[in-house]
Design a protein around this ligand. Structure first.
Ligand SMILES: Nc1ncnc2c1ncn2[C@@H]1O[C@H](COP(=O)(O)OP(=O)(O)O)[C@@H](O)[C@H]1O
Ligand SMILES: [Mg+2]
Length: 248
């Protein structure tokens, strides 16, 4: 196999049980650099479970994860993030009480020394660097010193995407990113996804909105009740066929 054909991230035979529920049964999945792969499926199909395994939230019962061609396992989400896998969860995982700059740096704050002695968080640097990154996204956030709580759903989503961009994520996982957004905000998120893709980021996009999926995805992987139900190139399928795969 040539280097180019190797997926950036690949899950093979992923299996996960929660008590008596078989949430995933030998599921295969992959994403290449610069590719957007949608993960589609009805409620309970196992989409979130699969991406939680990939992003280090919990281990699988069996199956293997390959990243950049080598076998990996992530102990926790921090570990996955350190390796370049950023995840934007349904609930966004932003800290409401902190400002935009602080959210871009959440958990990785730059330090400076007060009077050259006392270590403190370098807030000015945080804001300047966050501003630079968010500028390139053209999100139209005028002030970065506002708490994230004061932002709209779409702006919050954009801050989370900005964080992925700032830290040079290689893989960005988005679990239902457009679910709670109005139409203009959905468009913005879709256009940000396209610019990340152009930078070579591999994107896993979970949604049950087929319009969004067809707007951004190169490939669609469908799960149904914990198993692979089909995989299609977006250009070679249509929403009707994807729905049929989803419901079986
Ligand atoms: N933490 C958990 N504990 C118990 N059952 C879970 C847990 N997470 C998911 N499940 C179950 O696993 C199945 C797949 O869920 P999930 O991955 O959230 O599906 P989706 O994201 O496609 O809607 C469902 O039956 C769900 O109830
Ligand atoms: Mg889910």
């Amino acid at each position: 196999m040539s280097e180019r054909a190797k997926p950036l991230l690949e899950a093979r035979g992923m299996t996960k049980k929660f008590g008596g529920v078989l949430a995933l049964d030998r599921v295969d999945f992959s994403v290449n650099a610069g590719e957007v792969v949608a993960l589609a499926g009805d409620n309970g199909a196992g989409k979130s479970t699969l991406i939680k395994i990939i992003s280090g939230v919990f281990p699988s019962d069996s199956g293997e994860l390959r990243y950049g061609g080598e076998r990996v396992s992530f102990a926790n989400p921090h570990d996955a993030r350190d390796r370049g896998i950023e995840t934007i969860y349904q609930d966004l995982a932003l800290a409401d009480n902190l400002d935009v700059g602080a959210n871009v740096f959440l958990g990785r704050e730059p330090m400076t020394r007060l009077f050259g002695i006392v270590p403190v968080i370098d807030r000015r640097r945080m804001r300047e660097e966050a501003a630079k990154t968010l500028d390139t996204l053209d999100i139209g956030l005028d002030r970065l010193d506002r708490p994230v709580r004061a932002l709209s759903g779409g702006q919050r989503q954009c801050v989370a995407i900005g964080r992925a961009l700032h830290w040079h994520a290689k893989v960005l996982i988005m679990d239902e990113p457009t679910a709670a957004l109005g139409v203009p905000e959905q468009r913005k998120v879709v256009s940000l996804i396209q610019s990340l893709k152009a930078r070579g980021v591999g994107i896993i996009f979970i949604s049950h909105n087929l319009q969004d999926i067809f707007a951004v995805a190169d490939r669609i992987t469908v799960l149904r009740r914990g198993v692979n139900a089909g995989m299609r190139n977006t250009a070679e399928t249509n929403p009707d066929e994807v729905v049929r795969l989803m419901v079986g």
